[in-house]
Write a protein that binds this ligand. Structure first.
Ligand code: OOB
Length: 541
């Protein structure tokens, strides 16, 4: 087995170890410690499952044996596509125990994304739920196996049909479990928001990721009496690690997995389980603010509501405390690393009007103009960052690495921010063309490429438009060729492409031509900006 390694230069790794950020822990070692220290304490609640720390560890070990007995080998990558169910945690801790490397996909992903992850990660395994929200993932798994034949092993949570199910894996009594991972090894591959083109894979090590959620748990004051509700899909970095399910388990807190973030599902869970903290994207926070005053459920246990993934407007932020009676925490993070939090004891103005400050004293933050020079203090510029839990390179993607990282290892976030004199960041917007649709990131380029696959589409440009509820919605400007399709028909056709549903354009506008300048075509970036500007001007006028 050749473990995947991250690319921090030795002197940085030494510094991060010396500072006590990287402590040599692994996922397996921390779960083992919690299971030994508090075996009977309930760790995970999901559906009708309630598992103690000892039971979670025992289940993980069984799964590790079963997966190796199936034929997977330590070091193999395994795509994990599970909703918020208890088995998400037993499966991934099982993978860690077997030194298999999870690749996290969202439940919304479909064949295009899954095949891309499987190919890029050279995955050999794929773990899915039988079904979720009316969708049969076994059909998707069969399709994925046809497209990516290297995907040898599909395992299903629930009734596997033709595939083995997680509950009936071979016991693997003869399997010798591997020694624990080196903490500097890549523990898993996370997916990027996909700012340009297809999603990239983000390699995170035990050392760096555990530091990020341990420090996050401290910032959020998690302890054995805390109860964390995972309302957003746990495969996303925010509910996974900020402090998320892993930070909660690390702190000995209880994790409650909500099958849906809607108030109808989440509010009764908060009341029943005495939830103390949860995280939402802004549109859901608005929905909760609307639903809370009339609810019959007791939400008084909730101490902290985190909001992040997209900009939470100050006026909405102000309503959290009066309406929900809890402390708001703004979270501005990215799967590539850097996470900023407002602190629980910050004054109200800081909490409602900033997106927080970095986790670590060693998070280096640069705010640069387009020429690469620092902007004057307090002015807006491009955010670049480097630090003890921000990656230095994507997995297997030289082209993206050359664009996204500076030669001295800073990650270009693509976000435009200002910094307050106290060191808090205020997000102003974005330099690159992706649509942040309710926290889901959509690459304009990826959607344009799909639209161009339609026989009656000559050209397409995809932009974000402001949306009262979603924050941003996607709009495709399309030049037709031959017979102009109906917008609804084009959307329906996009749905047949095997893409995550959130990527289907919310709106399609047909135009006769795109502008060109005297010297030739304008850049895609300028074109998108000008289409967007003209459309908004017309809408206002
Ligand atoms: C989180 O991670 P990703 O990887 O899905 O998206 C990262 C991008 C950021 O670069 C920024 O453009 C946007 O999402 N974003 C925000 C934001 N939080 C994220 N923009 C404005 N205000 C915020 N509070 O979205 C993510 C990862 C960990 C924790 C929280 C969010």
């Amino acid at each position: 087995m050749i473990p995947l390694k991250q690319a921090w230069p030795a002197e940085f790794a030494a510094r991060y170890r010396a500072a006590g950020y990287w402590r040599g822990e692994t996922f397996t070692s921390f779960l083992r410690e919690r299971a030994a220290a508090m075996p009977e304490r309930i760790a995970v609640v999901g559906g009708d499952q309630r598992w103690s720390f000892a039971e979670l560890e025992a289940r993980a070990e069984r799964i590790a044996r079963g997966l190796l007995a199936l034929g997977l080998k330590p070091g193999d990558r395994v795509v994990v596509q599970l909703p918020n169910i208890a088995e998400f945690l037993s499966a991934v801790f099982g993978l860690f125990r077997a030194r298999l490397v999870p690749v996290y996909a969202l439940p919304a992903h479909r064949i295009v994304e899954i095949a891309h992850f499987a190919r890029t990660a050279q995955a050999r395994g794929y773990i899915v739920a039988a079904g979720h929200e009316g969708f049969d993932y076994r059909t998707l798994a069969a399709e994925a196996r046809r497209e990516v034949p290297a995907l040898d092993h599909v395992v299903v949570v629930g009734d596997g049909g033709d595939f083995p199910s997680l509950d009936t894996l071979p016991p693997g009594d003869e399997v010798k479990l591997p020694a624990d991972a080196d903490p500097s090894e890549v523990a898993f591959l996370q997916i990027s928001g996909g700012s340009t083109g297809l999603s990239k894979l983000i390699p995170r090590t035990h050392d760096d990721y555990i530091y990020s959620f341990r420090a996050s748990a401290e910032i959020c004051r998690l302890g054995p009496s805390s109860v964390y509700l995972a309302a957003l899909p746990v495969a996303h970095n925010f509910p996974m690690s900020s402090p998320g399910v892993f930070g909660a388990l690390y702190a000995g807190s209880r994790v409650v997995l909500a099958p849906s973030p809607s108030p109808e599902v989440a509010f009764p869970l908060i009341a029943r389980e005495s939830v103390t903290i949860t995280g939402l994207v802004p549109p859901l926070a608005l929905l909760w603010l609307q639903a809370a005053p009339g609810t019959a459920h007791d939400l008084s246990s909730l101490d902290v509501l985190q909001v992040g993934g997209a900009k939470f407007l100050t006026e909405s932020a102000r309503r959290v405390k009066p309406v929900l009676g809890c402390t708001l925490q703004q979270v501005f993070g990215m799967a590539e690393g850097l996470v900023n939090y407002t602190r629980l004891d910050d004054d109200e103005e800081t909490i409602v009007s900033t997106q927080g400050r970095p986790i670590s004293p060693d998070d280096e933050v640069l705010i640069l103009d387009d020429a690469g020079s620092p902007v004057p203090e307090g002015e807006a510029g491009n955010l670049l960052t480097r630090g003890p839990y921000t990656i230095r390179a994507y997995h297997n993607n030289d082209g993206a690495n050359a664009r996204a990282f500076t030669p001295d290892g800073f990650y270009r976030t693509g976000d435009v921010v200002k910094r307050t004199p106290e060191g808090y960041l205020v997000v102003q917007g974005r330099a690159n063309d992706h649509i942040n649709r309710a926290g889901e990131k959509i690459s304009a380029e990826e959607i344009e490429d799909h639209l161009l696959g339609h026989a009656n589409v000559f050209d397409a440009a995809v932009v974000s438009l402001p949306d009262e509820f979603l924050g941003e919605r996607s709009c495709a400007f399309v030049i037709a060729q031959g017979e102009r399709p109906k917008a609804a028909a084009l959307k329906a056709w996009m749905r047949t492409r095997g893409l995550a549903d959130f990527k289907v354009p919310d709106q399609i506008v047909f135009v006769d031509a795109f502008e060109t300048t005297a010297v030739g075509k304008v850049s895609r970036k300028e074109l998108r900006a000008s289409l967007r500007r003209r459309f908004l001007e017309q809408a206002e006028g």
